[in-house]
Design a protein around this ligand. Sequence first.
Ligand SMILES: C[S@@+](CC[C@H](N)C(=O)[O-])C[C@H]1O[C@@H](n2cnc3c(N)ncnc32)[C@H](O)[C@@H]1O
Length: 300
Amino acid sequence: MPGDALSQDPAELRKRIDSSKAHPARVYDVFLGGKDHYPADRDAAAAGLAANPRGYLDVRHNRDFLRRAVTTLAEEDGIRQFLDIGTGLPTAENVHQIAQRIAPESRVVYVDNDPVVLAHARALLTSGPEGRTDYIDADLKSPERILELASGTLDYGRPVALCLVAILHFVEDEEAYPIVRGLMDALPAGSRLVLSHLTEDLNPENIRAVQRTYTERGFTFVLRSRNDIERFFTETGLKVAEPGVVPVHRWRPDHAAPVPEQPEESYLAGLEDIEKVRYKDINDVTDADINVYGGLGAKG
Ligand SMILES: C[S@@+](CC[C@H](N)C(=O)[O-])C[C@H]1O[C@@H](n2cnc3c(N)ncnc32)[C@H](O)[C@@H]1O
């Protein structure tokens, strides 16, 4: 297999997992209602939720934006190749499941730098027989390495959708813009960029309070304006598709999100706030809740 994700030495992998510190993929997993995280991640998520009690809506609507963007690309734009950098844990439905349901021949390469995501990579490699998936254990800050390893699965003679969904806020400006430019320059005409990003444009008080809880824990957490986010598209010569760069819940909304099955009231009452988020109905959302912009661009 090109990225060789499953040949990792388990002892080496264990050495790389630092469960004493919160990690972005696992904190995000807490908000998605997953199970693959440690107490430090739960504490970080609980602090984020205390700072912004409806913050789970950012996470879950961001993930729903990814679903709608991949669906649009596969269904309407004929895209059959995806490079998803900053994949996260396979708690929610993943890009290949969404794309291959529409076009079984779709090829997807996943990339993440969290060893816990690598430990769960098998769940990302369940391609149908007509398509292919691969997992690359790499850092966004090494784009050339990613492109080289992904070339075993992706054909750079055909369009590729680069997905950078809720990852660029972990990268400072000096690196973020050149990385996105370098990746898009390497992809052929017709390629797409799916991007979502945290912002302080919309509800600054809430998101700055959240930012503090994460920077205290050593995370890089860059909030960008709509203008800064649009630059990721314009600086690479991409044309932004309708409706532009907008709050994620407003990007081509389709059907209502399924409401999680509700447990007994008495059980729910005994849970901590961070444990309750998995049972929330995300259709209960207003503009005052969302702090993430999303957009889709095409290379001419
Ligand atoms: C907030 S999660 C988003 C997951 C998924 N893209 C989504 O939106 O549902 C961010 C992911 O990016 C990964 N990540 C953060 N910095 C990274 C880097 N420099 N290189 C590769 N992955 C990174 C984290 O491990 C995590 O899985």
